[in-house]
Design a protein around this ligand. Structure first.
Ligand code: FES
Ligand code: FES
Length: 155
């Protein structure tokens, strides 16, 4: 198996580790770093449960190879509270009952963080459009949209 010396930053901490070059970013985060907040749903880029920020852009980590994170900044749900909107989003999701089983929640919060940091004035329609790649089987989505809209207005 081909090895690769990966250097990146994860939730503000420098990481230097030799990995198997065929590892997905999702497996690197969950299995090598032990950050289990990032979930695997479909494994095919369809559900958004595995979303993380890579240099500020929300990516489905099941579709990204870990080697692609070389020299990049990764933020997972465990580190999102340190970013503008992150802590507010987490609080709003709880207050607005936007979390049921919670499986989709990390991905929604990561996606919302990207939407709001790129467009602090995002309308509800723009928020909905931005979340088109995130699926939730439990909530019916309305509570999620409302939670994100509230987090936006509180900042
Ligand atoms: S697990 Fe990556 S998009 Fe579904
Ligand atoms: S809260 Fe269960 S999938 Fe969204």
């Amino acid at each position: 198996m081909k090895k690769f010396k990966l250097e990146c930053e994860v939730n503000g901490k420098k990481v230097k580790v030799e990995i198997d070059s065929s590892l997905r970013l999702l497996d690197f985060i969950r299995d090598v770093l032990g950050l289990k907040g990032t979930k695997e749903g479909c494994g095919e880029g369809e559900c958004g449960a595995c979303m993380v920020l890579m240099d500020g852009r929300a990516v489905n980590s099941c579709l990204v190879m870990a080697v692609q994170a070389h020299q990049k900044r990764i933020v997972t749900i465990e580190g999102i509270h340190k970013h503008k909107y992150g802590a507010q989003l987490q609080e709003s999701f709880v207050k607005e009952a936007a979390v049921q089983c919670g499986f989709c929640t990390p991905g929604f919060i990561i996606a919302a963080q990207e939407i709001l940091s790129k467009n602090p004035k995002a309308t509800l329609d723009e928020i909905k459009e931005g979340l088109a790649g995130n699926l939730c089987r439990c909530t019916g989505y309305e509570n999620i949209f409302r939670a994100i809209d509230k987090a936006r207005r509180k900042k």
